[in-house]
Design a protein around this ligand. Structure first.
Ligand code: SAM
Ligand code: SF4
Length: 348
């Protein structure tokens, strides 16, 4: 293993792999209301191709892999991919980001296949609001999924909440309390403007049902629903002092704990306090594009070389090329974001 690092000396050891662009939900902050043009089965990488990329990446020093989507659990036989990835030498942390809807069915099988842990997206604890935000979801399925993940031992389970002003920000304290009441690890994420969902079309009714929503961005691409992490922290501190905690993941979250809480509270602030200086990741889309940065449109194609059965060494060169292409940071302040894809086509 050589250890991969980029032009700015950031160690790159983490690969997020999107296994599908399909999803069983339509979250307002992730997908345009009309949905997306879906890839056909022939256009997405096979499990063998994904594993070849993962092998090349691991030989370069990538040790952490996360599967995402779309919704990764809608792809058939995901546990076989997990089993294949778990056998690759050098990959010591294999995790999944999911909306949890199908975890009730698959959690045990995934664990048995070698999955270590899951992050589950949950943006409201209120059934009707949950249904509006996801445009179709039933909260009981996600809650059952969380329970199934716990029972299967997919620890630590982290709950991701994207906070939106006027949509679900009145539930910040309720989510924070769950770190005491249920021992959950809850992470608050700033809404990121990306793809089409920052436009006026992706509306969710506001709390007051007056048709608020993710509206026109201002010049810095922030919507009026954007809530900075500093404000989220302030609101949580009404419940008690947040003590820094050493829980660490693969990424940029800063962790804290409320007094008497078993679970932790994480804050992810890609927009207000961006953490690009410690970015450690590359992203592979379902059709085989390697993205140096979530918020820039540049991509390096791995699909064509995979189709002509390129060697692992050639794939390693392309992964190195993507690493070298990582920008020093995103340019949201200048009004630039990724436009080519919605978040569900990248994987978060
Ligand atoms: N379907 C899975 C899920 O929902 O967890 C995995 C894919 S989803 C694209 C990955 C993560 O991206 C989720 O935690 C989701 O909340 C987050 N996400 C999607 N759109 C976002 C946005 N505009 N701003 C911030 N986070 C976003
Ligand atoms: Fe689907 Fe996840 Fe995007 Fe929601 S956040 S639409 S569950 S991919």
């Amino acid at each position: 293993m050589t250890g991969l690092s980029d032009f700015f000396n950031r160690p790159i050891n983490y690969l997020r792999i999107s296994v599908t662009d399909r999803c069983n939900l339509r979250c307002v902050y992730c997908m345009p209301p009309e949905g997306i043009t879906l890839l056909s089965h022939g256009e997405i990488l096979s499990y063998e191709e994904i594993c070849l990329v993962a092998r090349a990446a691991s030989e370069l020093g990538i040790s952490k892999v996360r599967l995402t989507g779309g919704e990764p659990l809608v792809r058939a036989h995901l546990s076989s991919l997990i089993r294949m990835l778990a056998r690759i030498e050098g990959i010591d942390d294999l995790s999944l980001t999911t909306n949890g809807v199908l975890l009730g069915r698959y959690a045990r099988e995934l664990k048995a296949a070698g999955l270590k842990r899951v992050n589950i997206s949950l943006d409201s604890l209120r059934p009707q609001r949950f249904e509006r935000i996801t445009r179709m979801g039933k909260i009981e399925n996600s809650l059952q999924g969380i329970e199934a993940a716990r029972a299967a031992g997919l620890h630590p389970i982290k709950i991701n909440m994207v906070v939106m002003r006027g949509v679900n920000d009145d539930e910040i304290a309720d989510f924070a309390r769950l770190t005491r009441e249920k021992g959950w690890h809850v992470r608050f994420i700033e809404f990121m403007p990306i793809g089409e969902v920052k436009s006026q079309e992706s509306r969710v009714e506001s709390r007051e049902s007056r048709g608020g929503g993710l509206q026109t961005p201002d010049s810095r691409l922030q919507t009026k629903e954007f809530v900075p992490i500093s404000e989220i922290m302030e609101r949580i501190e009404s419940l008690g002092i947040l003590e820094p905690h050493s829980l660490h993941g693969n990424g940029p979250a800063r962790y804290f704990r409320l007094p008497r809480a078993e679970g932790t509270i994480g804050f992810i602030s890609p927009v207000s306090e961006h953490f690009c200086f410690k970015c450690n990741r590359l992203r592979l889309t379902a059709e085989g594009k390697l993205r140096p940065c979530l918020l820039c449109d540049e991509e390096i194609d791995l699909r064509e070389p995979l189709c002509r059965r390129a060697s692992v060494d050639e794939l390693k060169c392309l992964i190195e090329q993507a690493t070298e292409a990582k920008p020093s940071g995103h340019r949201l302040e200048g009004g630039t974001t990724a436009r080519k894809r919605a978040m569900c086509q990248i994987g978060g």
